[in-house]
Design a protein around this ligand. Structure first.
Ligand SMILES: CC(C)(COP(=O)(O)OP(=O)(O)OC[C@H]1O[C@@H](n2cnc3c(N)ncnc32)[C@H](O)[C@@H]1OP(=O)(O)O)[C@@H](O)C(=O)NCCC(=O)NCCS
Length: 153
């Protein structure tokens, strides 16, 4: 991996392709394009040395907190530390923005993602029953960002 940079419309097609391959209800290309450079949102991509997109994240800023939309790593690039690098960058950008906290929902069965968030100090703060397709529960995670130095790890 070379770099984590702001997501631009030039990245949008690749990001949308990862969305499509990863999520049951993926963001469309138009939704991905909309978040690039949007006021009140942060969207970043991990680029390979050739500039191709290895993974990404985005969050919206709501009342001083970051509400994480998605984090995903391209399937062939998983298990190599890119997810960790993205979460570290996410906490760093949130702290630069002066956010109070970060929150997200994740499928209760998504052990890999849950372990990743927990390793950065995200705490379970609730359950949304049947949040996904009216069948699977979501775990709500919360991380206090003020004074948090997890991004330094
Ligand atoms: C979750 C996801 C972003 C992790 O990205 P990644 O690049 O594979 O993660 P990393 O290689 O940085 O590994 C980070 C941690 O994830 C966990 N992890 C990685 N591979 C795992 C596996 N096969 N089984 C269980 N946990 C695993 C570990 O805790 C790992 O930390 P460790 O190496 O210190 O043990 C990626 O798997 C993904 O895109 N999944 C599909 C989309 C998704 O579920 N997004 C989250 C919900 S919004």
């Amino acid at each position: 991996m070379s770099n984590i940079v702001d997501m631009t419309k030039a990245h949008a097609k690749e990001v949308a392709a990862i969305e499509e391959a990863t999520f049951v209800e993926p963001w469309s290309l138009a939704q991905v394009e909309e978040i690039c450079g949007k006021f009140g949102a942060v969207a970043r991509v991990a680029e390979d040395t050739d500039g191709s997109v290895l993974g990404f994240y985005s969050y919206n800023i709501v009342c001083g907190d970051g509400y994480i939309n998605d984090i995903a790593v391209r399937e062939d690039a998983r298990g190599k530390g890119i997810g960790k690098a993205l979460v570290k960058d996410l906490i760093y950008t949130a702290s630069l923005c002066g956010l109070n906290g970060l929150t997200l929902e994740v499928r209760i069965s998504n052990e890999r993602a849950r372990r990743l968030y927990e390793s950065f100090g995200f705490k379970e703060s609730g359950i949304r029953k049947k949040f996904y397709q009216n069948t699977e529960d979501a775990v709500i995670y919360w991380l206090n960002v003020g004074g948090n130095d997890n991004f330094k790890r």
